[in-house]
Ligand binder design. Structure first.
Ligand code: ARG
Length: 467
C-alpha cells in the first residue's frame, strides 16, 4: 500500500473554515494514525455500508445516494486490496482517507455519509470488529494447540517422567499427565477468549460524538447488519470504552505467560543434561561456531514474546488510566499495542503447536530420570501407612531414614535389600518392592485428576468431547 506525503487535501480543509492553515509538519506527524489504522480498512468500509443502508432505510438519506455510497465503498475496498489506493497522512486516519476518496468517486453524495455519526463511534466500531475477529482467530489457534497436546498425551499416557516441585524431583508422573496440564491452561485461555467475545458483542455505531443523535436512526438495524448481539446502551460509555482492547490484551498476556512456561520447559528438556525431548530441525537452529549445538530458538523467542505482549497490556492500561469521559485523542494509542500483541500471540501459538507436534519424546531418558532422586519415597511412606498401620508422620520419618541409607550407599530405594529396610523398620515385607517402581507409583495415583494412566485417559476423553 502506497502512502503519499504530497499536497493532497488535508483534514483541516475538509472540516472547513475554522482552521486557516494546514497543520505543521510535527502536528501532522503526532496526529496521524493512518500508518497503522489502515489495518482497519475492511471494518471501516463494512461499518460505513451498514450505516448508509440504515440511513436510507430511515429516510435520512435518499436511496439513490445510498446506492452511490455502497458502490463507491466497494470500489475503495478493491482499490485498497489491490494496492492501488493512495493513503494520505494529511487525511489523518482511515476514516478520513476512505471518506475523501468516496467524494472523489461519487461527488457530493459522499458528504451525507457522516450524517448521524462521528469518528468517535466510527473508530470504536472498527476496532471492536477487528478485535472480535482476532479473538475468533485466537480461539481457533488455541483449539489447534490443545489438539496437538491431546495427541501427545494419548500417545504418552503410560510414559513415566519425573514430576517436579521447585524444579527438584518430586514424584513420578506420566508425560501424558504433564501434557494435560497444558491442555487445562490453554483451555482456560480459550474460555476467557469466548467470554471476551460475549462481552464486546455490542454495536457502538450511532453513539455519535458522545451524546447520541437527533436523527431518527435505528441502532438495532446496524447492530444486526454488523453481526452484533445488540447496540451499546450508553453513548458516553460507548465512545469512552476500550475495555474490549484491554480484555484482549489481558487474555493475551495470561496466554503468553502459559506459552512462556511451556517454552521454558522445552528449553530445559532439550538440554543434553535433561535430554527428555529432541526438537525437530524445523524448530531449532545450529550454532555458527559450535557444530554440536542444536538450539531451541523458537521456544526462546516464544518465551521472549511474552515481554512484548505484557508490555502492551501495561501500555494501554496506562493510556486509559485517568482519562475523563468521553473520547480523548489519547485513545488513538490503543491500536498499535493491540496489533503488535495480536501478531506476537498468533505467531507464538503457531510456533508452539508446531514444536509440540514435532518434538521427539525420549521415553528412555524420562524413565531413567523418573526413578532417580528417590522419587518413590512417598510411595514407601504410603505403603507403611497402608500395610503396616503407621501414622503418616512416623512413616515419613522411617522413609527419611531409608533415603539417607540409600544415599550413603549411592543406590536407589528399590536397590536396598529387604534386610536393610527391615533394619530401619521391622514391619517392612518384600511386598514393598511392588510400590517402589515408578510404574507402580504412577498407576496407584488414581484419584480424580491424578497421574495414573487410566485417569489421564479419562481426562483426555473429556477434552476430546470439548475440542
Ligand atoms: N484516529 C482516531 C482514533 O484512532 C479516530 C477518532 C478521532 N476522533 C476525533 N474526535 N478526533 O482514535
Amino acid at each position: 500500500m502506497a502512502e503519499d506525503h504530497k499536497d493532497t487535501k488535508s483534514s483541516n480543509q475538509m472540516w472547513g473554515g475554522r482552521f486557516a492553515s494546514g497543520p505543521s509538519a510535527i502536528m501532522e506527524e503526532i496526529n496521524a494514525s493512518i500508518g497503522f489504522d489502515k489495518k482497519l480498512y475492511a471494518q471501516d468500509i463494512r461499518g460505513s455500508k451498514a450505516h448508509a443502508t440504515m440511513l436510507a432505510h430511515q429516510g435520512i438519506i435518499s436511496a439513490e445516494d445510498k446506492d452511490k455510497m455502497l458502490h463507491g465503498l466497494d470500489t475503495i475496498l478493491s482499490e485498497i486490496e489491490s494496492g492501488q489506493f493512495v493513503f494520505s497522512r494529511k487525511l489523518e486516519d482511515i476514516h478520513m482517507n476512505v471518506e475523501a476518496r468516496l467524494a472523489d468517486l461519487i461527488g457530493s453524495a459522499a458528504g451525507r455519509l457522516h450524517t448521524a455519526r462521528s469518528r468517535n463511534d466510527q473508530v470504536a466500531l472498527d476496532f471492536r470488529l477487528w478485535v472480535k475477529e482476532e479473538l475468533q482467530k485466537t480461539e481457533q489457534a488455541l483449539s489447534r494447540l490443545i489438539a496437538a497436546f491431546l495427541d501427545r498425551a494419548e500417545e504418552h499416557a503410560d510414559t513415566v517422567m519425573p514430576g517436579f516441585t521447585h524444579l527438584q524431583t518430586a514424584q513420578p508422573v506420566t508425560f501424558g499427565h504433564h501434557c494435560m496440564a497444558y491442555v487445562e491452561m490453554f483451555g482456560r485461555d480459550r474460555q476467557r477468549v469466548r467470554h471476551a467475545i460475549e462481552h464486546l458483542d455490542e454495536s457502538p455505531i450511532g453513539a455519535a460524538a458522545l451524546a447520541g443523535t437527533g436523527y431518527p436512526i435505528d441502532r438495532h438495524m446496524t447492530a444486526q447488519a454488523l453481526g452484533f448481539r445488540e447496540p451499546t446502551r450508553n453513548s458516553i460509555d460507548t465512545v469512552s470504552d476500550r475495555d474490549f482492547a484491554l480484555e484482549f490484551l489481558s487474555i493475551a498476556s495470561i496466554a503468553a505467560v502459559h506459552l512462556s512456561r511451556l517454552a521454558e520447559e522445552i528449553v530445559i528438556w532439550s538440554t543434553p543434561q535433561f535430554g527428555f525431548i529432541r526438537l525437530s530441525d524445523a524448530f531449532s537452529t545450529g550454532s555458527s561456531i559450535m557444530p554440536q549445538k542444536k538450539n531451541p530458538d523458537a521456544a526462546e523467542l516464544v518465551r521472549a514474546k511474552t515481554g512484548r505482549i505484557n508490555g502492551s497490556l501495561i501500555a494501554l492500561l496506562t493510556v486509559m488510566k485517568g482519562l475523563p469521559l468521553a473520547y480523548s485523542k489519547d485513545m488513538q494509542e490503543d491500536k498499535e499495542q493491540v496489533f503488535d500483541a495480536a501478531e506476537s500471540l498468533e505467531l507464538a501459538i503457531a510456533a508452539m503447536t508446531g514444536m509440540v507436534t514435532d518434538m521427539t519424546i525420549r521415553t528412555d531418558k524420562m524413565k531413567a530420570a523418573a526413578g532417580s532422586g528417590y522419587s518413590t519415597a512417598t510411595d514407601l511412606a504410603d505403603w507403611l501407612v497402608r500395610e503396616a498401620g503407621l501414622p503418616f508422620r512416623d512413616a515419613h520419618h522411617v522413609t527419611g531414614n531409608a533415603v539417607a541409607m540409600a544415599e550413603k550407599k549411592g543406590c536407589d530405594l528399590a536397590e536396598l535389600s529387604l534386610e536393610e529396610l527391615q533394619s530401619i523398620n521391622a514391619a517392612i515385607t518384600a511386598d514393598v518392592f511392588n510400590v517402589l517402581t515408578v510404574e507402580a507409583s504412577v498407576a496407584s495415583r488414581k484419584s480424580f485428576g491424578g497421574t495414573a494412566p487410566s485417569e489421564v485417559r479419562k481426562q483426555i476423553a473429556w477434552w476430546r468431547a470439548r475440542n
